[in-house]
Design a protein around this ligand. Structure first.
Ligand code: NAP
Length: 267
């Protein structure tokens, strides 16, 4: 069966890579795109990666009403990505969200709509399968190594910090790590922010530089030993196997899951 797909953010770096992947996959059909400019144009007029005439909409409601796709993919920015995902789920269209930076309240709101309409939604802070494993290994390590800090590095066009992957890593670490006030109790910063962001007592250090794509190191410290769990995405194609998996799995769900590990069958 062919999966009919609508994608938001077709001119973006992730959107461009996703279009290339979708067009190569025989079981996927890109039926439309959502783009805030180029309404009424065809995708082949605005991007070199597609030769087909695929309609572009600037309005998600119109797009979903006219095309009624099986799966919606969002690769934009948190503010508009949330509105897109909400609209898709209200139309009972399964949603795969790669856009990072949704608040807990936004995720909860989408979960309620998905549950009510019995429709699948996957919010994946990181589609790279290696990054998902990095998070799972960190969860295992945190049981024995409660002193931990995260260094995440991304390209300088990223607007949110810390990364969704770093926050998700902390959420997973918290499942096994005993709550602990780490570091010196009298620690203070001479330069504000020098110790990074504090998420539930765990420090996250965010670096933004040209040349980087998406990188994270989770460093665990203990007596006379350090454990580092590190993942690097060198190109956006590293995210495409996970995106493909999410597209195939989302239609089997009737609720929202946060994180690709929920559909990776890792047992
Ligand atoms: P990007 O190159 O900046 O692309 C963002 C896209 O969103 C562009 O097409 C942009 O169009 C569009 N956009 C921005 N503001 C908009 C608005 N107000 N309304 C409609 N469209 C808007 O970014 P990217 O690197 O592709 O990343 C896209 C998203 O995916 C980000 O949230 C990023 O953090 C996330 N990401 C996720 C993963 C993962 O594995 N889950 C991996 C990498 C990135 P304009 O040109 O008009 O601004």
């Amino acid at each position: 069966m062919t999966v009919k797909i609508v994608l938001a953010g077709p001119r973006g770096k992730m959107g461009t890579e996703a279009i290339k992947m979708i067009l190569k996959e025989q079981s996927f059909e890109l039926v439309g795109c959502i783009d805030r400019i180029n309404n009424g144009k065809s995708l082949n007029e605005v991007t070199h990666v597609c030769e087909n005439s695929i309609p572009i909409y600037d309005d998600a409601e119109n797009c979903f009403n006219e095309l009624n796709p099986d799966v919606f993919i969002d690769l934009t920015v948190p503010k508009i990505g949330f509105e897109h995902a909400k609209s898709a789920l209200k139309h009972s269209i399964a949603a795969v969200v790669g856009t990072s930076g949704f608040s807990e309240e936004q995720i909860d709101e989408l979960a309620v709509i998905a549950e009510k309409n019995k429709i699948g939604c996957i919010i994946a802070p990181n589609f790279a399968l290696g990054a998902v494993l990095m998070m799972l290994f960190s969860k295992m390590a945190a049981k024995y190594f409660p002193d931990v800090e995260i260094i995440e590095k991304h390209h300088d066009k990223k607007i949110d910090a810390p990364s969704g992957t770093a926050l998700k890593t902390i959420e997973m670490i918290k499942q096994t790590r005993k709550s602990k006030n780490q570091g010196h109790p009298d620690e203070y910063e001479i330069l504000k922010g020098a110790r990074g962001g504090n998420a539930d007592g765990i420090r996250i250090h965010s670096m933004r530089l040209p040349g980087l794509v998406a990188h994270q190191e989770v460093v665990f410290g203990s007596k006379s030993q350090l454990l580092s769990i590190k993942h690097d995405s060198f190109h956006r194609e590293s995210f495409m196997d996970g995106l493909k998996l999410a597209i195939n799995e989302v239609s089997k769900l009737q609720n929202l899951v946060y994180g690709l590990e929920h559909v990776m069958n890792l047992d």
